[in-house]
Design a protein. Structure first.
Length: 232
């Protein structure tokens, strides 16, 4: 009887501990973003950055940056630092990842090579995001914009090469080490007005709450993919 009581108590403590940790994570996450915005992997990245000591006021999630022709570029996570603006593109894949940063398509390999899928080069994807963000923030050219592609999931970066300067490709468990290296290897940037940068980034986050912006962006993506123009 005592053994059963002990096991029951132990299970209760374990379950209660998990629930408490889950609630704490939610509260921590809500200091930066809303729970319904973004993906689980984006949320995990935000928590990683917060636990690495990054300020919640320097973190921005699910930003909508204006482009020409009433379009928007949607960014996953942006971190404003003394070294520059770090722009994260979050991906979630399993299997082996092969990619050349100069090519348009990368490859995901599953089932020990028996199944392959192509996906758009995330380095180029984030370069395009940064192009629109740099124009939006209107910062001097000497301010670094650092591109970070973060892979979540049970994947292995098997062969990724020709990664350009100020661009990094990493697994999720290496993000903190990458941030340490950026802190060590980049000089302190001279921002003309840090608070304007923060305000402009917050405005880009708020854009994502506008139903009209969301609808327009969804329609732009639909038009880009073009599946509605296929008749079988």
């Amino acid at each position: 009887m005592e053994i059963i009581w002990f096991i029951t108590l132990l299970l209760f403590v374990i379950i209660a501990g998990r629930l408490i940790r889950k609630q704490l994570k939610k509260k921590q996450l809500q200091t930066v973003t809303q729970l319904e915005r973004g993906t689980r992997s984006e949320h995990e990245l935000i928590l990683t950055l917060l636990n690495a000591g990054k300020s919640k006021t320097a973190l921005f999630h699910d930003l909508y940056i204006p482009k020409p022709n009433n379009q928007f570029s949607q960014l996953d996570v942006v971190l404003a630092t003394s070294k520059g603006i770090i722009v994260f593109e979050v991906k979630e894949y399993s299997g082996w990842i092969y990619g050349n940063a100069k090519h348009d398509q990368w490859t995901q390999v599953l089932a020990y090579g028996n199944t392959k899928y192509r996906f758009y080069n995330p380095v180029k994807q984030n370069q395009n995001h940064i192009k629109h963000l740099r124009k939006y923030l209107d910062l001097p050219n000497e301010i670094p914009f650092i591109s970070v592609i973060v892979f979540f999931g049970d994947c292995e970066l098997k062969e990724v090469n020709y990664v350009p300067k100020d661009t990094y490709v990493t697994r999720a468990n290496r993000v903190e080490k990458l941030l340490e290296d950026i802190e060590e290897n980049y000089s302190t940037a001279s921002f003309p007005d840090k608070w304007k940068v923060v305000n402009d980034l917050n405005l880009a986050v708020m854009k994502g709450l506008d139903p009209e912006v969301q609808a327009q962006h969804a329609e732009n993506i639909r038009d880009l993919v073009g599946q509605h123009r296929v008749y079988e």
